[in-house]
Design a protein around this ligand. Structure first.
Ligand SMILES: N[C@@H](CCC(=O)N[C@@H](CS)C(=O)NCC(=O)O)C(=O)O
Length: 191
């Protein structure tokens, strides 16, 4: 049995929630209170962070690595494109995710200039999505999964206006039609 140590408010956990849902993987969820973390979570992840995935005795932290593991262990439906170059480009986006997350958390901390820096990153995503329907390429995949939790939270919790980023806004609408993302929208609405 797979167990996800999870927190609703955590967008990194959302990456794993979405991948599990997309692949229809049966699992149980253990909610971790991030304001009062149990000591035992450090045995599963020395950094004390969620998400952590447990697959019988195998314990794995780090959302991007967990999703790669799920993709290999449960290859259907595939969440990386078959084309190696397209796949590499998707992985590059995941690898460089800090470019978005740094200004996002700066904006949350109301740092000077963070809104401009965040908008600059949104503009880059918008340009990428003007050229192809998904960050992962021609099909929805793990690069989309890696970014969408922050975009939803920015829009719905931080009043970031996506309307000036047409391709990005259309991508959000396209993704929102998927049941995995609709479920995450419900999580975000309840935060
Ligand atoms: N790089 C990690 C980041 C996970 C992370 O930062 N999780 C946050 C919640 S969103 C957390 O557990 N924070 C508690 C802490 O940093 O002590 C991943 O991708 O899974």
């Amino acid at each position: 049995m797979i167990t996800l140590y999870d927190a609703d408010r955590c967008p990194y956990c959302a990456r794993v929630r979405i991948a599990l849902a997309e692949k229809g993987i049966e699992h149980e969820t253990v909610a971790i209170d991030l304001d009062d973390r149990p000591a035992w979570i450090y045995e599963k992840n020395p950094l004390g962070r969620v998400p952590v995935l447990e697959d019988d005795a195998f314990v794995l932290p780090e959302s991007a690595v967990i999703n790669e593991y799920l993709e290999e262990r449960y290859p259907e439906p595939a969440l990386w494109p078959a084309d190696a170059a397209e796949r590499a480009f998707g992985r590059l986006l995941v690898f460089r995710f800090d470019q978005l997350s740094k200004p996002y958390y700066g904006l949350r901390r109301e740092e000077d200039g963070a809104a401009e820096r965040f908008n600059t990153e949104l503009a880059k995503l918008d340009a990428a999505l003007a050229a192809r329907p998904y960050l992962s390429g021609r099909e929805f995949g793990l690069a989309d999964v890696a970014y969408v939790p922050w975009i939803l939270r920015a829009r719905d919790r931080m009043s970031v206006d996506l309307s000036r980023f047409g391709a990005l806004a259309t991508w959000v609408e396209r993704l929102s039609a998927r049941s995995s993302i609709a479920a995450e929208l419900d999580v975000v609405a309840a935060l």
